[in-house]
Design a protein around this ligand. Structure first.
Ligand code: PA5
Length: 445
């Protein structure tokens, strides 16, 4: 189970104040559990681990088996924000670091599109498709988001032109609202298999729904283990206690922000497989908490690489941040540093040591250095990088986000600020219905 350790914050905060914020977090916990807070029509994610039927995973596996029978070796997963980052995080965390170079063929490669509007990206995606046997998952809860819609139009046309309309309908699966949205209408008309994004689950809380599940399953990863890890976290975090890791995390981050001016939280990881865990976490916390003029800015670094870039700022720059270190207790692979007779590189003092030991010492040394430099340190730890622990992390960060946002006093489940750029983009693209906005924005150019 995920553990949270806040002793690296103790030198920065007053003990009585911490207890005050634990009290606030416990109240927020009650609100989240009772389901009587702001945005309470979006709490469906709370019981996904315990309530997801086995048949849903089996349905995803049936898609995987159908595509495997067709020889599909490339799945293009189209989506943005919460319709993308959970699956991307799982694929990155659970893949071999060099899966592409090794060209392992035990499962199709899952690539992502619809999360940008880069013309090069889409042109180069078409270059890749031309060399591969392609299927597509298109994901949009609203069914109207521009970035995935543009990518899907291009990929859909490619698949239809290449495989014919009938086969294309078997190579495309849509994940969207049960009833409404352009993607739902299109899928019904084209006869695509569809999965539903539950009404009461928002995008950034949807990794355990078909939104995350289908790309994970078709990519050959163990969704059942992810759900098992999430279930363990669901049970553990349901216990109301001052030691509940979600309470500890929510209390400390709100205390650091509100009482000590720590406006930036840096999620620190020491394993390249968790690079996209940080991206997923940034969306979860940024979109859930950054509103009404408040919120902790979520940032991330990937160490040890970033110790040679951002490390300088974190050690000595403006003291606005605290760090949350994702600690992985043990490596799943073993590499021991050998000894060398000549010792020209002067590394014999490490001979016989595991690389993971060096990584842990780099982490510990950094934690102490940053603490000395005035940066409070929290630690979120898991046993290892695998599907079970990833599931636990998904659920832990979601639940803690709900508790933390209620402690902060905002609705975790809306994102009204996202509309501002969309309105301007539609006006500039001269979308029908935006004529007045087009005139107004053009006058400003
Ligand atoms: O968390 C959210 O709600 C957002 O990030 C959405 O997931 C994102 O905007 C994509 O929306 P949709 O799935 O409707 O295309």
């Amino acid at each position: 189970m995920v553990k949270v350790d806040v002793k690296g914050c103790c030198g920065f905060v007053d003990g009585a104040k911490y207890q005050e914020y634990v009290g606030k977090a416990l109240q927020a916990f009650d609100t989240l559990v009772a389901g009587n807070g702001a945005g309470n029509d979006f709490l469906g994610w709370k019981h996904l681990p315990s309530e997801t039927p086995e048949s849903l995973v089996a349905e995803c596996e049936a898609v995987r088996d159908c595509w495997n029978a067709k020889g599909v070796d490339l799945v293009v997963a189209i989506g943005i924000g919460g319709s993308y980052l959970g699956a991307k995080c799982a694929v990155e965390a659970l893949s071999h670091n060099f899966a592409k170079q090794l060209a392992r063929k035990d499962a199709p490669e899952v690539v992502f599109a619809g999360n940008n509007l880069s013309e090069e990206y889409l042109a180069e995606l078409m270059d890749l498709c031309a060399e591969r046997n392609v299927a597509c998952i298109v994901i949009s809860k609203s069914g109207t988001t521009t970035e995935p819609a543009v990518a899907f139009r291009i990929v859909k046309q490619y698949i239809e032109d290449t495989y014919g309309k009938k086969d294309a309908a078997e190579r495309i699966v849509a994940i969207t609202d049960a009833k409404k949205g352009a993607l739902k209408t299109l899928s019904t008309q084209e006869g695509y298999k569809t999965f539903v994004v539950p009404d009461n689950v928002g995008g950034r809380f949807s990794v355990l729904t078909p939104v995350g599940m289908l790309p994970i399953v078709v990519g050959g990863f163990d969704m059942r283990a992810i759900l098992a890890g999430a279930l363990e976290a669901e049970k553990a975090l349901a216990v109301k206690s001052e030691e509940n890791p979600a309470i500890v995390y929510a209390a400390m981050r709100n205390l650091l922000y509100k009482e000590y001016g720590k406006k930036v939280e840096i999620l620190v990881n020491y394993n390249p497989k968790f690079t996209y865990l940080a991206e997923w976490w940034k969306q979860l916390y940024g979109e859930s908490e950054g509103k009404d003029g408040v919120g902790i800015f979520p940032a991330s670094v990937n160490n040890t690489a970033d110790l040679h870039s951002m490390g300088q700022f974190i050690q000595e720059g403006d003291r606005v941040m605290f760090e949350t270190v994702v600690h992985v207790e043990k490596s799943t692979r073993s590499v021991v540093i050998g000894s060398d007779e000549q010792n020209l590189d002067q590394l014999n003092y490490l001979a016989g040591k595991h690389v993971e030991h060096c990584n842990h010492m780099a982490e510990l040394g950094t934690v102490i250095a940053h603490e000395d430099g005035g940066v409070p340190q929290m630690q979120v730890s898991v046993e290892k990088v695998d599907a079970f622990n990833l599931g636990s992390l998904f659920y832990f960060f979601e639940f803690a986000c709900g508790v933390s946002a209620y402690t902060l006093g905002v609705n975790p489940f809306n994102q009204p600020g996202v509309e501002a750029y969309k309105k301007n983009m539609f006006a500039l693209l001269e979308k029908p219905g935006y004529e007045e906005a087009t005139k107004a924005i053009k006058a400003r150019l």
